[in-house]
Design a protein around this ligand. Structure first.
Ligand code: 3HC
Length: 292
């Protein structure tokens, strides 16, 4: 620990330009940070940047942005070059797929391309920060920074301390999240899925078991109950479609947890939710039910 961990953050590198990555880049740029958005393929970077641009434009259209969207976009640079993205970064936020080896490999490359004062964060939603950090030279530099989808609309961020994370890193990450005008929740127990997803997964899974067993009247029942009776913004199946059914199933498989058949059969049929146009619901045909 060289005493530079609490350093001021000006430049943020976000690795992974998918729905979480581009959203994290967006909220960082809106808060005034210079941002690098990096992915491994030019097309991924372009897609992420287009979504970011759309979202910033939408916020501006609705009067929810304090400045010209072009000024926000000027702070975002894109690249496929890892060294370029992280070389001058004060904070690196990783938002690549939920694959332990892939994340470990990426952080090894990031360590080689950054100085020891750069703070490293993972947006993992299901893996332990300690496990991701286990093969790094400096596990004290790495913390969890778990955003929710879509980052630009969701207020909560879990800031997770791995078993070896330095206190200064946690404090800096916490302050960074506050500077995004979001609400950080400190998680000191580095368990798989942290706090929120340990609560959220049963919310999404239980109606799946009911559907499998014929105990629910259909997909709309649980969603309607939660939205119209409980005031949730989305019901469990709608939320699963929103996040991607493949991601949900992959996460459960990773821990050898059972998955309701309704989820698995949709993934097997490549009906992955909103992103493919069909999941529990059909988004191309007036949002009717797709899973009977
Ligand atoms: N950027 C900018 N604008 C957006 C946007 C975005 N990312 N997403 C939606 N909008 C716009 C819409 O286009 C719409 O504009 P319009 O009125 O001109 O058509 C406007 O915002 C209103 O959108 P909606 O009517 O769809 O709904 P709301 O604004 O009320 O809310 C929502 C959208 C925030 C997504 C809300 O439905 C919600 O909170 N859903 C639940 C999300 C949630 O629970 N996320 C957590 C998932 S779990 C997770 O992330 C864990 C992780 O580990 C995977």
């Amino acid at each position: 620990m060289d005493g530079t961990m609490g350093r001021e953050i000006d430049t943020v590198a976000v690795l992974g330009a998918g729905s979480m990555g581009h959203g994290i880049a967006e909220v960082s740029a809106i808060a005034g940070y210079d941002v690098f958005l990096r992915d491994i393929e030019e097309s991924y970077v372009e897609d992420g940047y287009e979504q970011l641009k759309w979202s910033v434009g939408k916020l501006a259209e609705k009067g929810q942005l304090d400045e010209d969207p072009e000024d926000v976009l000027e702070r975002v640079r894109t690249t496929t070059d890892l060294a370029e993205a992280v070389g001058d970064a004060d904070l690196v936020v990783e938002a690549i797929p939920e694959d332990l080896e892939m994340k470990r490999g990426l952080f090894a490359d990031v360590e080689a391309a950054t100085d020891e004062g750069t703070i490293l964060a993972t947006n993992t939603s299901s893996l332990r920060v300690t496990d991701i950090a286990a093969e790094t030279d400096h596990p004290e530099r790495l913390c969890g920074m778990h955003f929710f989808n879509p980052p630009v609309k969701m207020d909560l961020v879990e800031v997770v301390s791995g078993e070896e994370t330095d206190e200064e890193v946690v404090d800096t990450a916490y302050a960074f999240v506050e500077s995004l005008d979001k609400t950080p929740v400190l998680v000191r127990k580095d368990i798989p899925e942290f706090v929120v997803n340990n609560v959220l997964v049963p919310f999404m899974e239980e109606p799946g078991w009911m559907l499998d067993a014929g105990d629910a009247d259909g997909v709309r029942q649980a969603d309607a109950a939660m939205v119209y009776r409980r005031g949730y913004p989305m019901g469990p199946f709608e939320l699963a479609d929103f996040g991607g059914l493949d991601i949900f199933v992959h996460t459960r498989d990773q821990w050898d947890e059972p998955v309701p058949e309704c989820y698995r059969s949709l993934v097997d049929a490549d009906d992955l939710g909103r992103k493919t146009g069909e999941g529990f619901y059909d988004y191309e045909d007036g949002a009717g039910v797709n899973y009977e």
